[in-house]
Design a protein around this ligand. Structure first.
Ligand SMILES: NC(=O)c1ccc[n+]([C@@H]2O[C@H](COP(=O)([O-])OP(=O)(O)OC[C@H]3O[C@@H](n4cnc5c(N)ncnc54)[C@H](OP(=O)(O)O)[C@@H]3O)[C@@H](O)[C@H]2O)c1
Length: 440
């Protein structure tokens, strides 16, 4: 290594350009804090001539990120392109094979190939840092990987997608539909043109899979996560939640249970006034429950060029401060070969309270039939409220909205009870079922 730490940055978009600006504008401070100067010696993006509002003329341009990753002109390969395939995957591998430390913000890559890449980094005595991959600017990886070493984590959960949290916050604050709020999020640049990955929960699942691995010492297993997005949440659900003392949030939750790790992403009711319920807009939050420290929560910006680049810069500085030849901490908090298989606890075994919203025909005996179906499954009800019936056409065919809140039960029991209600032929449309998250 020269007396400069030489960076090769692949990807000069939102995060990459913000990082270049940060490294240049904070040069003196970073040199003092990192113990050596940070220099950008190589860069790559798709289009060489795009105006990015940054000056990278002193760095060598590479058309190919793999060539940049292998280049003798760099010490650290900073992958900021995104995507779980090539060129992100091949270039990170090439960097680790040719002795370069790696910093990435790419949760999709880590969710799919994280264990393999962590193993490569360990074998080659290199650092693989990825603070920005989960919850953007919140330094949660460092906390879980380093600060909580003496803790057995029992649950990690959080709001890990700013787009979904923005939409749900707007729906509640302004009484607007999901579709209107999604459109606003897109207009404001909080949501992609194709928002599927965010609103269906996949992005949250990628991040949760990394947190679950760090929390429980298990291999990263994004496919073992139960997934439900926010597209079916209506303004009626949000209003009913508020009346009952709850707020709806898209949560990623990983819990250690007697039958394995229960990992799930879905809209959840959290009590009004709880810390997690107060996280509004695009803000993210991660909460950890562990035996030694108790519970702690961190919140902050989960996305945005500067906030994300801040986490990337912290990772770079950690590399600058690491001593050549010394054993580096494993990327996933423990040696990759010692990670346990991810034993998945099935969703049907999930225990908790449930909010259920049904639209039924307003006929005598309907309430009794619902109560019977619940009783058959040993489900006790905390409350059952029938709203004022809505007349569809001149007083005929009236529909009645019913809201149930159950005490703790299992997912299997709730599903069976709702099937029973449906088979009784009184249900109009589908039942809405939202899990109530128990907070300690
Ligand atoms: N944006 C955030 O708030 C945020 C937060 C947390 C984590 N992240 C993660 O950070 C990474 C970068 O995100 P971003 O928002 O900065 O993305 P972005 O704005 O879309 O920028 C991507 C950059 O990568 C370049 N690129 C894409 N495909 C390439 C290829 N095949 N070969 C070479 N260069 C390629 C693009 O080049 P051109 O500019 O020439 O098209 C662009 O400069 C992703 O992994 C993302 O998940 C982002």
């Amino acid at each position: 290594m020269s007396n400069h730490l030489r960076l090769g940055i692949a990807g000069l978009g939102t995060v990459g350009a913000a990082l270049v600006r940060m490294v240049q504008e904070k040069e003196e401070m970073l040199t003092t804090r990192c113990g050596q100067a940070i220099a950008i010696t190589g860069v790559n993006a798709r289009s060489k001539n795009k105006d990015r509002g940054i000056d990278v003329s002193s760095a060598k341009w590479f058309d190919d990120p793999v060539a940049l990753a292998k280049s003798d002109d760099i010490d650290v390969y900073v992958e900021l392109m995104g995507g779980d395939g090539d060129p992100a995957y091949s270039s990170v591998k090439a960097a680790l094979e040719s002795g370069k430390h790696v910093v990435t913000a790419n949760k999709a890559l880590l969710a799919k190939h994280g264990v393999e890449l962590a193993e490569m980094a360990e074998q080659n005595g290199l650092l693989l840092n990825y603070e920005a991959a989960v919850a953007g600017g919140i330094p949660i990886i460092k906390v879980m990987r380093e600060s909580l070493t003496a803790n057995s984590v029992t649950r990690v959960f959080g709001i890990l997608n700013g787009t979904c949290n923005y939409i749900l916050t707007r729906m509640e604050d302004d009484g607007l539909s999901f579709e209107t709020c999604l459109k606003d999020a897109q207009d404001l640049g909080f949501a992609e043109a194709d928002p599927t990955f965010d609103i269906e929960g996949n992005d949250t699942a990628h991040k949760l899979s990394i947190l679950a691995s760090l929390a429980f010492g298990t291999r990263i297993a994004p496919d073992a996560i139960y997934l439900e997005g926010i597209t079916k949440i209506t303004i009626e659900d949000i209003e009913a939640a508020r009346e009952l003392g709850y707020r709806i949030k898209l949560l990623g939750v990983a819990t250690k249970t007697s039958s394995g790790v229960e990992s799930r992403v879905h809209p959840a009711m959290v009590p009004l006034g709880s810390a997690i319920a107060e996280i509004g807009g695009v803000t993210n939050a991660v909460s950890i429950e562990a035996d030694t420290v108790g519970s702690l929560m961190m919140s902050g910006p989960g996305a945005g060029g500067d906030a994300t680049a801040s986490a990337v810069a912290g990772d770079i500085c950690d590399i600058a401060k690491s001593k050549p030849g010394h054993q580096h901490g494993p990327a996933l908090g423990q040696p990759a070969h010692s990670l346990l298989p991810h034993e998945r606890s099935q969703m049907r075994a999930h225990e908790g309270g449930y909010f259920i919203r049904l639209t039924v025909q307003d006929k005598p005996g309907t309430m009794a039939s619902i109560a019977t179906r619940m009783a058959e499954q040993d489900i006790s009800l905390e409350s059952i409220v029938q709203r004022k019936p809505k007349s569809k056409s001149g007083g005929e065919n009236t529909q009645a909205p019913i809201i149930l809140v159950t005490h703790e039960t299992t997912e299997q029991a709730i599903k069976a009870a709702l099937e029973g209600v449906s088979s009784d032929g009184r249900l109009i449309g589908e039942a809405q079922m939202i899990r109530i998250e128990k907070l300690s």
